[in-house]
Design a binder for this molecule. Structure first.
Ligand SMILES: Nc1ncnc2c1ncn2[C@@H]1O[C@H](COP(=O)(O)OP(=O)(O)OP(=O)(O)O)[C@@H](O)[C@H]1O
Length: 272
């Protein structure tokens, strides 16, 4: 087993003292090479779970092991080395805006470089061909030398995923990788991610709002709601009724009828 979670509770440091934990009572085992989709309504805890699996959140209680070790019992150096075996691709990748795409993508290799190599690579990219190949697999080969802040949201998202291809990670933790993509690109991007994970026997955990994509492409589905696992099943066993129950009563709170006094006429561009 790559991951073993037992009765795990995770709280956000910034959460109010009386807030419910972001994750509670989670039992989950994930084997090497598995491909698993995390689904559930907004606020269910998908991002928190991915960050926890990436050893970015320290659990408040319960058992947590990755590669047979409790990362939080390790020294900081050992935990850092362990993290370099995991790749977390956030929904909005934190790419420095003024950087060139090539440098940004090659930054995926920083954890495997010496300090000197890392500094040198910021001045002159070490392996632009590898960055180009990774970007091309997401249809972005022509953006190699573009500035990151000139990319569209969807291009930026795929740029973050190209980083993943360049890492040596054995675990891919990917948060809503297709949220900014049109349907054709979404299909292509997900297929590329899944092929890459399969070709290097990497474990892939991917959170998705596109439930039908999750059901069509992932062999195992974990449904989260309010920080708890509602189901953890092979996709054939996930019924429409289970999906409906997972998302039941999801509604947007209606604003009060008279939120504030407005003048009869509002000037265009008026600012209150
Ligand atoms: N930095 C934070 N500080 C405090 N509470 C947080 C923080 N991030 C998330 N939460 C809370 O933790 C819970 C789980 O949030 P999380 O972002 O993991 O959900 P999610 O399923 O990924 O949602 P979405 O689909 O909207 O991205 C929510 O109640 C959220 O308000």
């Amino acid at each position: 087993m790559t991951y073993r979670l037992e009765n795990l509770t995770v709280r956000h440091l910034a959460a109010k003292a009386d807030a419910l934990p972001a994750l509670a009572g989670l039992d989950l085992g994930i084997a090497a090479g598995e491909q698993l989709a995390l689904i559930g309504p907004s606020g269910a805890g998908k991002t928190t779970l991915l960050a926890t699996l990436a050893c970015a959140h320290r659990p408040a209680a319960g058992g947590f092991e990755v590669f047979g070790q409790d990362p939080w019992a390790l020294s900081q150096g050992a935990r850092h080395r362990l993290r370099s075996r995991l790749f977390l691709a956030p929904q909005t990748p934190p790419l420095p805006p003024r950087q060139r795409v090539v440098t940004s993508v090659l930054a995926a290799r920083l954890p495997y470089m010496s300090l000197w190599q890392a500094f040198a690579s910021l001045v002159k990219p070490r392996d632009p061909d590898a960055a180009h190949a990774a970007l091309s697999r997401f249809g972005l080969g022509d953006k190699l030398y573009a500035r990151v802040d000139r990319l569209s949201g969807g291009e930026r998202q795929r740029c973050g995923l190209a980083r993943l291809l360049l890492s040596d990670a054995e675990v891919f933790l990917v948060d809503e990788p297709i949220s900014a993509l049109d349907p054709t690109l979404a299909q292509h991007t997900l297929a590329t991610l899944q092929r890459e994970a399969a070709s290097r026997s990497a474990l892939l955990v991917c959170s998705l709002h596109q439930v039908e994509m999750a059901r069509a492409h992932f062999p195992r589905l974990v449904g989260l709601r309010a920080g708890r696992i509602v189901f953890d099943l092979p996709r054939e066993q996930v019924s429409d009724a289970m999906i409906a129950a997972l998302y039941e009563n999801e509604h947007v709170a209606q604003p009060p009828e008279h939120p504030h006094e407005s003048p009869d006429r509002i000037a265009v561009g008026a600012c209150f």
